[in-house]
Design a protein around this ligand. Structure first.
Ligand code: FAD
Length: 433
């Protein structure tokens, strides 16, 4: 793999005040930071400037600390392996468990069940940083975090204690099961049925395109316990090994190859009523609340990919010569690079604004999350694709990282609600105001 990204980082301010959970997390990380941080600090001092696309702009000292830890993890533990994970379709369980040791398995889960207890903005900053090292793996980690948050938020004490600690440590992995073969964008029309018999629900039906499925342990399943529409949907946690639970073949995909995607099949699958999150009929609300954060997270993964690609493109323009001079001498390509950087920074601002709105439970948060997902995933795809174009034929070779970022972020425009669905949500919010 050539030209993998080296990210710009700022030295941390000493003595910043950390939240208790954050302090514990950082203490765990401590020793792995030392050497690489020094190298980066020296590099920045030599350069004597802060890049206009710097990811740490506007962040607190505490957030810069988290970001630095995530960037180091991305460049040391993920970037060197991202091509191999893609090519061999490896689900990097051990690397993810290492990430969980840094607190990235339950970033916005409460600390009493093993979570890190950070904010949505902190979470976005971390996923953006991790994604510079492997977008596909980070995207799965983000789905896993979303599931852990759903159990933490809507589960009762027993459910939180039963599932969250193992999810936060990534001893166990989670999948989010909403989409069905016949219901994608119109998710509320789902058909997987859960019929109550005594203290169990009997599940029948199937889910399509489930990230992690087959390799994960905990399935957060939206299913129909009542009549038609959103109000007839409930949310059950189904554990791997439950009789009647099986999986389809592993899908062959354009990108996201470091995580498996399979159908999830229920045939008279008996799930304890005790595994229901919230009340009967609350499942669709739980699913959508999970997705609000999920949309920020997936958009953050797009930011990381785009950030890496801007740097890859810049580095390539500086060294590649055509017509007797470097490509960076071409004003056309300079303008393109400037546009890519501008789109990246605009996307980041939108994502971070939405994260703050969600954290504050503002009434415009749902629309802002949709806007951020729509804007950032579209813009970042264009940035990565333009970066590939700037590499010419080399960009089309698997030896160059840029093509993998393009393949990995394409699907962000499709899942967690397509970008057409994002437009529906934004328009509905405006028209019902
Ligand atoms: C790699 C991958 C991983 C995934 N992981 C998960 C997962 O972990 N869990 C999960 O539950 N799902 C997952 N999904 C499913 C994903 O969320 C759905 O693919 C997505 O919601 C779209 O549904 P669909 O594919 O059925 O497309 P459709 O709903 O059939 O839509 C097809 C196209 O028509 C457009 N469209 C539909 N209706 C309208 C309309 N009224 N107006 C305008 N345009 C419209 C859509 O935007 C889309 O462009 C994953 C998908 C992929 C590809």
């Amino acid at each position: 793999m050539t030209s993998l990204p080296t990210m710009p980082r700022l030295p941390s301010a000493p003595g910043s005040v950390m939240a208790a959970a954050a302090t514990a997390t950082l203490a765990r990380m401590g020793s792995c930071l030392g050497r690489s941080r020094q190298v980066i600090c020296n590099r920045i001092q030599r350069r004597g400037f802060v890049s206009c696309i710097d990811l740490s702009h506007g962040l607190t000292d505490e957030q810069k600390e988290f970001q630095k830890v995530a960037l180091d993890f991305a460049s040391n533990e993920m970037a060197p392996q991202m091509a191999e994970w893609d090519l061999k379709e490896i689900f990097p369980v051990e690397t993810m468990r290492k990430a969980a040791q840094l607190g990235f398995g339950g970033i916005y889960v409460r600390p009493d069940v093993g979570g890190t207890g950070l904010s949505r903005l902190d979470t976005s900053v971390i996923f953006e940083a991790l994604s510079t090292g492997c977008t596909s793996t980070t995207a799965y980690i983000s789905i896993h975090n979303m599931c852990a948050w759903m159990i933490d938020t809507f589960g009762n004490t027993e459910q939180r204690q039963q599932f969250c600690p193992d999810l936060c440590s990534m001893e166990k992995f989670a999948s989010y099961c909403l989409t069905e073969p016949g219901s994608g964008s119109d998710a509320a029309s789902l058909l997987t049925g859960a019929q109550r018999k005594g203290d169990h629900y009997i599940l029948n039906g199937s889910k399509a395109f489930i990230s992690g499925a087959g390799d994960t342990d905990v399935y957060v399943v939206m299913c129909r316990t009542g009549g038609k529409g959103a109000k007839g949907i409930s949310c059950l946690v189904v554990e791997k090994g439950t009789p009647g639970l099986s999986f389809g073949k592993k899908e062959k995909k354009v990108g996201w190859n470091s995580q498996p995607t399979r159908a999830v099949i229920f045939e008279d699958c008996a799930v304890p009523v005790a595994n229901r999150l919230g009340e009967e009929g609350q499942g669709f609300t739980i699913a959508m609340k999970g997705l609000n954060g999920g949309r920020i997270n997936i958009a953050s993964c797009s930011l990381g990919a785009a950030h890496a690609c801007v740097r890859l493109a810049r580095d390539h323009l500086r060294v590649r010569k055509q017509f007797g001079e470097t490509l960076s001498s071409s004003q056309f390509l300079q303008f393109k690079l400037a546009e890519m950087a501008t789109r990246l920074v605009a996307s980041r601002l939108m994502v971070r604004q939405a994260a703050v709105a969600l954290e504050e439970s503002r009434s415009d948060a749902v629309a802002l999350c949709s806007m951020a997902k729509l804007f950032a995933t579209d813009e970042c795809f264009m940035i990565c694709n333009q970066a590939l174009q700037m590499h010419g034929g080399y960009g089309y070779l698997k030896d160059y990282a840029v093509q993998q970022f393009v393949r990995d972020i394409r699907v962000h425009q499709i899942l967690e609600g397509t970008n057409e669905v994002m437009r529906m949500i934004i328009a509905r919010s405006l028209l019902t105001d």
